[in-house]
Write a protein of this length. Sequence first.
Length: 576
Amino acid sequence: MFEDSTTAQYEKIGEILLNEGLINDKQLEKSLAEQKEKKGRLGRIMVGLGYIVEESIAFALSRQMGIPFLSNEKLLSAHESIVGLVPEPFAKEHNLIPVGADDNTLQVAMADPDDIVAVDSLQKLTGRQIDTVFASKNGIIAAIDQLYVRIRKEDEVTEVYGDLQFFTESDEDEEGLVDMSKVETGIEDAPIVKLCNMMFAESIKERSTDIHIEMQDYNVSVRYRIDGVLQEAMTPPKTAHPGIISRIKILSRLNIAEKRLPQDGRFTIRAPGKEVDVRVSILPAVNGEKAVLRLLDKTGFAMNLETLGFEPEMLRIFRRWIVQPYGMLIISGPTGSGKSTTLYASLKEIKSPDDNITTVEDPVEYHLDGVNQVQVKPNIGLTFSTALRHILRQDPDKLLIGEIRDEETADIAVKFSLTGHLVFTTLHANDAPSTITRLIDIGVPPYLVGSCLNLIMAQRLVRRICLKCKEPYEPTDEQLEALELNNERGRAIKYFSGKGCVHCRDTGYHGRIGIFEMLEMRQNIRRLVFDNANQEDIREAALKQGMVSLREAGIMKIEQGITTIQEVLRSTVTEV
C-alpha cells in the first residue's frame, strides 16, 4: 500500500498525503480550515473527519523524518524467531516490535523512533545495534498481540510434538499394536513429518475433534473443528499436500499408491498424558485427495450428568429412567451432538458391582472402569449384530449399543429390552418424535416400538460464551424475531456475547453445553405409536404433556447468559 522511502520529499504532512494520493485538494483545504478553528495536529483532524486512517499518518511522518516505513501487513509477517529476541513485556512497554535481524543489528519497528531511552535499553538488552523503522502505533499493538501469542503457542506445541508416538492396529495374523513412530523416514521426508507432528500436537492442544486437510488452488487448507465449528489453522504450500497425505496413509497403514478410491483407516497418538484415537477418511476430490481425521481422547472421562447442561427438571426425569430394570432409552441427534458423552455419563452414574454392564461400540471413545467394552471390527466379522448375539450369553444386566444402524441390530436391541434388560443406544434423527418414525422405518414394528421404549431424548451442543471476554450486547430486531423473542419475554432477557480474545481464538466462545428435548413414553404416547400415528401428532401430544423442545431449551440457555442467539439459531430449527 505504501512505498518504503527514506527520502523526505516534503516538509508538511498535508503536502505528503496530497502528493501520495491519500487525500485530495478539497479534503486538505477543509482539514486546514478545521485546524485553524479547533487547533490540534492536522493528521488527527483528518482521521477525525474520516479522510485517512492512523496508518497513513505514520507513513507521512516517516516520509517527513526520512525513516523507512513498515505497513501493518508487513509487521504481521515478521518471523517469530526474530520477534522472540525481545521479551513481550519490553515490547508492550515501549510499543515496539523486532522485524529483522543479522549477527550485529536488530531492526525494530517503533511508533516513536526518537525514543532514545527505549533504543538504548534495547541495545543493552540484545547486545546489538538498533536500526529503527517507522510503523503505526495501532499496527504495532496488533502485531504484538498476534505474534507473541503465536510464539507462546508454538513453544507449547513444540514441547509436545517431539514426544508424540504413533501406533496402528496390526494385521489379522499379528497381535497388538504396531509402533509407527519407528518407521524410518528419509531426509527429504523430515519436514513433512515435523509439519504433521506439529499439526497433531496443536489440534490436541486446541481441543479439536476433527482435522480437515484439503487442496486449494494455491495452498493446502488445514482446519480444526473446535467446539463444533471449523476454524482455519494453517495453510502449508501446495507442494506439501502429497507428502501430508502420504504421511497420514503411512500412519494408518493404507495404500499410498491408491489415489482414485476412498480409503478408511485409524491410528493412535500417544502424547504426554494423553492417548488419542484417530479415525482417518481419505476421499479423492477434483483438486486432490481430502483427508478428514476424527480425534477421540481415550485417556479418561470426566463428565457427569450435572455438567452436561440438563435443566433441574430434565435431570430429575432422566435419572428416573436410567435406573429402570428394563426397557430402552434412545438418544438421537446428528454426528458430533454429544450422544455418546451423555450415554457414558449415564453408565458412570449407574454402574455398580451388582450389575454386569456391557457395551458394543464403534469406536470405544472412552474407557470406563467396571464396564465391559467391546470394539466392533467389521473387517474380521465382529459387527454390532454378531457381538450382540454373543453378549446375550454373557448374562448382561445393562447394555449400551453405540448406534442402531440396521434392522438386525434394532431387532436384537428391542428383544433385549423386552426380556429384562435395560438398553442404552443412539440413533440418527432430527428430534425426539422423529426418532420413533426412524425406528419404524428401519424395520421395527410399531407395537414393539411402543412396548420397549422408556425415554427418547434428542440433543444438540451449543457453544458457551467465553468467560474471559463476555460482555452485554443488544441483539437486532431480526435476531429477536427469528427466535420469536420480539415480545415481553424477549425484552426482559439480558443478552451476552463474547468479544473475542486469545483464550477463545477470537471466536467469542469456549466450550460447549447440551440442550435437550425429552420425550417420556407415557400411555397416551404409546397408544399413538401402536396406532401408527405420524410424528406431528406424537409431537403435539408430547408438547401438551410438558416436553421442552430443542429451540425452547436453547432459549433457556440464552436467558441464563450461557450462549447466544446466533448459536441457538445455528443449532435448532424454527418451530411451526
